[in-house]
Design a protein around this ligand. Structure first.
Ligand SMILES: [Zn+2]
Length: 166
């Protein structure tokens, strides 16, 4: 319960009192009203501060840097994952191309980074493997093999192998 001070004796008087119980002085009614108005304004001020803070809080994650940075990071990770998968497809095709050779140990592959490689379907890659190897006449010959592989869960399966004109 709100209290006000008696103007005459300065004692605390309940604001519902019409007269001071200590000295009998009249307590002005609008004094209690003024206290209520002041308290009301004070409460409104606090509520206003709370709401303005609440209003800002949801906007902050959008404004702050971490969200765009993590989106960029995610995109970069996806690009890297795709490049890694292409390189795995390249080396899988090298292995499969080697197996088709009469003399696998004679194979001299070009830098696999230079192979043309493309994801043609989800988890399915087409790679053009380039190498030199001994041919039927036991002579080193340049070869180009068009290879399609499927890679899932770390294991690679050859779908097709076709020798292309050099
Ligand atoms: Zn009094």
């Amino acid at each position: 319960m709100a209290v006000s001070l008696c103007k005459e004796c300065s004692k605390e008087v309940g604001d519902t009192e019409k007269t001071c119980p200590y000295c009998g002085a009249k307590i002005p009614k609008n004094n209690g009203l003024l206290v209520k108005v002041i308290i009301g304004l004070f409460v409104l001020g606090i509520l206003g501060a709370i709401f303005s803070r609440f209003g800002k809080t949801p906007a902050q994650p959008q404004d702050s840097q971490p969200a765009p940075t993590s989106a960029k990071q995610k995109a970069a990770e996806e690009v890297k994952a795709r490049a890694d998968k292409l390189n795995l497809a390249r080396s899988a095709c090298e292995r499969f191309a080697k197996k088709t050779l009469r003399d696998p140990s004679s194979a001299e592959f070009e830098d696999s980074g230079t192979y043309w490689a493309k994801e043609i379907k989800p988890d399915t890659y087409r790679v053009q493997v380039r190498f030199r190897a001994k041919n039927d006449a036991n002579a080193m010959a340049q070869k180009v093999v068009d290879c399609v592989v499927q890679g899932k869960g770390g294991s690679w399966v050859p779908l097709s192998m076709q020798e292309s004109p050099v």
